[in-house]
Design a protein around this ligand. Structure first.
Ligand code: URA
Length: 419
């Protein structure tokens, strides 16, 4: 099969079923699956292969059942970005508006952060719940954000961790099947996909991101899930923080009615899409942020998973300033460079199973569009291990473009909407 894909042949349905099952059982070794993943990344798969691969991953495990939940279920999934903490305010917000949000989330992948890594920076919070616990939190709070149980798409769990460390993440067939196998097995009745594009996304080219979005919407619809996708900007990091505890802090600011405007805008936009798609007739999301009802759900949901929503968040032991070297207008900030720097500071992992640092990451003090003076503080870097600073600073070289009187060069927040 490795040779077939290397030589640009199609994989048959039985071959796909076999390799996914054999890899899950440990019969196919990691190095063989890594080679196959790389061949798929380089040579692609057609829609029959992608659909079969997705089904084989769903069939590698169990399917969740939320039929005892009376509210309509609504979920969103992001393909991953830098500073993309939207799930944190969004899940309680949609719950406050009348939805049930079973948000089974992942860990950081490559330079992008993971929702579970972020939430684990809250003292006491547990990502791993039994199916009964998940159902109870969802029933009691209206939203649950947790790790998919070991039984849900186990093939993807192994493959996702392998791709993370073998430079095989950025492949449309592998991303689409990874996300949709989990979302279909998770059993949500409606799903809004936030497909990121720009330098900080796995699909930096908007046209490729559009293809990924259409591929996933088709997989969802064919499986009977009401699915919609937005292709959104990830050329610049979202908000003003990148890193686990830093992003939780910013999410809580949004739930408290504050926070950076881009995070608020995208949270409200996705909330409205989810509400409309799921047919939820409750509160308007903007009022649920203003009147504190989304914050109430957040606190309840965090406490239900052992977390203390009032506890101080971890802070990294060391920090370093990153200053502007010239004056002018900031016209660009490369999300990928910022993401890689945060990763190198310890916010992400470079080996399977490695621990991430809760406090590591980057605070942004300016964003594109602002006038900057030479010597001005642009970013603060945080880590527990100061020996990480030099490589993080290397990654930040050229991350910010400052010119005299230049126009801001950014993608629009919403690049495309696919229904
Ligand atoms: N998120 C996933 O769940 N899988 C991918 O492959 C990429 C992002």
């Amino acid at each position: 099969m490795i040779a077939a894909k290397r030589d640009r042949h199609e994989l048959s349905d039985p071959q796909i079923d076999w390799v996914i099952s054999a890899y899950t059982r440990g019969v196919v070794a990691d190095e063989q699956m890594a080679a196959l993943a790389m061949a798929i990344l380089l040579n692609g798969m057609n829609s029959r292969e992608i659909s079969r691969w997705t089904n084989a991953m769903i069939n590698s495990g169990e399917r969740m059942n939320w039929s005892s939940i009376t509210r309509p279920t609504a979920d969103k999934h992001s393909t991953g970005g830098v500073g993309d903490k939207i799930t944190l305010p969004l899940a309680p917000l949609v719950a406050a508006c009348g939805g049930a949000v079973p948000q089974l989330s992942g860990r950081g992948l490559g330079h992008t952060g993971g929702t579970l890594d972020k939430l684990e920076s809250i003292p006491g919070w547990r990502a791993e719940l039994s199916n009964e616990e998940m159902l109870k939190v969802l029933q009691d709070c209206g939203a649950v954000i947790c790790a998919a149980g070991a039984g849900l798409a186990p093939a993807d769990k192994k493959l996702y961790a392998l791709r993370d460390v073998t430079a095989t993440v950025e492949a449309i067939p592998l991303i689409a099947s990874s996300i949709m196998s989990k979302k279909i097995a998770e059993g949500t009745s409606s799903l809004v996909l936030d497909v990121k594009t720009g330098s900080g996304a796995f699909m930096s080219d908007p046209a490729q991101a559009g293809i990924l979005a259409r591929t996933m919407v088709e997989l969802g619809k064919n499986a009977g899930v009401k699915t919609r996708a937005l292709v959104t900007a990830m050329d610049v990091p979202l908000g003003l923080t990148v890193g686990n505890a830093l992003e939780v802090r910013e999410s809580v600011e949004v739930l408290a009615g504050g926070g950076p405007s881009d995070v608020i805008e995208l949270t409200l936009l996705l909330a409205r899409e989810m509400i409309e798609l799921a047919g939820i007739s409750g509160k308007d999301p903007e009022s649920a942020l203003k009147d504190g009802s989304a914050m109430d759900v957040w606190r309840k949901m965090i406490s239900a998973q052992g977390g203390n929503p009032g506890a101080p968040l971890p802070v990294a032991r060391e920090n370093q300033k990153f200053l502007a070297t010239e004056s002018g207008r900031m016209v660009g900030m490369d999300a990928m460079k910022v993401g890689v720097a945060a990763w190198r500071l310890g916010a992400g992992r470079s080996r399977q199973g490695e621990k991430v640092q809760a406090g590591a990451g980057i605070e942004l003090h300016a964003k594109p569009g602002e006038e900057i003076a030479a010597g001005q503080l642009l970013m603060t870097l945080h880590t527990d291990e100061p020996e990480r600073f030099p490589r993080a600073l290397d990654a930040l070289a050229g991350s910010v473009t400052i010119v005299a009187g230049g126009a801001v060069n950014r993608l629009p927040l919403i690049v495309e909407r696919i229904q």
